[in-house]
Design a protein around this ligand. Structure first.
Ligand SMILES: C[S@@+](CC[C@H](N)C(=O)[O-])C[C@H]1O[C@@H](n2cnc3c(N)ncnc32)[C@H](O)[C@@H]1O
Length: 275
């Protein structure tokens, strides 16, 4: 992945959330404030394709192209947000005191939940360019004292080192980790390494909520070429059926899996370390 520029997919996802939040025909409400905060982060990122006029245009025209938002390609990203929020809220209810969002992009989970859970420490990790763009947005909307952003390339630096250097990370704490829209950008070996590092960085009772591409090979050559050209190539996938065994081989156990749904190219799951 190209590290020197703001992630285009992260920007696109924030735009999708901004659009979906405005639709009345969406069948699964987005978390409170997700739409408005996504828009504010996008504007503060100050990227040419994501100025106020473009966002307005996309909302008013692109949003109307489809008559039912719940059945458009938007729905995967929005359902993903809802799944990750539910997984983290569930972990917090069960005593998690630390939340780590990997490849956070412009996702607003940390920004929304940190003020609601002041006793919980929230950490976000992303590439330096994306992290810096988001920092401007967070500073503009008000940074919660318990939310820390860490700028790091997880392909270059080891997660353990990154967390140690950040300060405030407790490797014994019950932690909810989110890896939303990230694993498809890692090779199978990098994914295995990430899960191993995670297992060594979190306390008993922790979990990781993640999304995974379902079938890399089913995406056309043009899509895969476009992603490579953007500098954000997809590199790995697991089908619904493959997931439990693949996760077990990494020393983790799947404890929740999203249902199989047609039209989505991604699925979501929660796993715990198989200690
Ligand atoms: C598809 S975006 C998803 C963003 C966010 N999680 C969401 O769902 O809106 C992928 C994110 O992962 C980050 N990312 C990808 N590879 C990374 C790496 N090696 N180290 C740190 N961040 C990475 C990108 O910068 C980008 O923000």
């Amino acid at each position: 992945m190209r590290t020197g520029r703001v992630s285009k997919t992260a920007l696109k996802l924030a735009l999708i959330i901004t659009i979906v939040a405005d639709r009345e025909d969406w069948d699964e409400p987005l978390p409170d404030g997700a739409g408005a905060l996504s828009e504010r982060l996008l504007l503060a990122a100050d990227q040419p394709m994501y100025r106020a006029g473009t966002i307005r245009f996309m909302k008013s025209w692109l949003g109307r192209l489809s008559t039912n938002a719940s059945r458009t390609p938007y729905c995967g990203a929005a359902r993903r947000r809802c799944f990750m929020d539910r997984a983290v809220l569930d972990a917090l209810e069960h005593g998690a005191t630390q939340v780590l969002v990997l490849g956070a992009g412009f996702a607003t989970l940390g920004l929304r939940l940190a003020p609601r859970f002041p006793h919980v420490r929230f950490f976000e990790v992303d590439h330096p360019a994306t992290s810096a763009a988001k920092r401007r947005g967070i500073d503009a909307v008000g940074r919660p004292a318990n939310l820390r952003q860490i700028a790091a390339d997880l392909g270059e630096s080891r997660l353990r080192d990154v967390l140690d250097l950040a300060g405030g990370w407790d490797p014994q704490a019950r932690t909810a980790v989110v890896a939303e829209g990230l694993l498809m950008y890692l090779t199978p070996d990098q994914t295995a390494d990430l899960f191993a590092q995670l297992a060594a960085s979190i306390g008993p009772g922790s979990c990781v909520a993640f999304s995974h591409l379902l079938d890399l090979a089913s995406h056309g050559a043009v899509t895969l070429w476009a992603l490579r050209t953007f500098g954000e190539p997809w590199l790995s996938s697991w089908t619904h059926q493959e997931l439990p065994a693949a996760i077990a081989a990494l020393g983790w156990r799947v404890v929740d899996q999203s249902p199989e749904q047609t039209g989505l190219f991604e699925a979501f799951a929660v796993a715990e370390v198989d200690r």
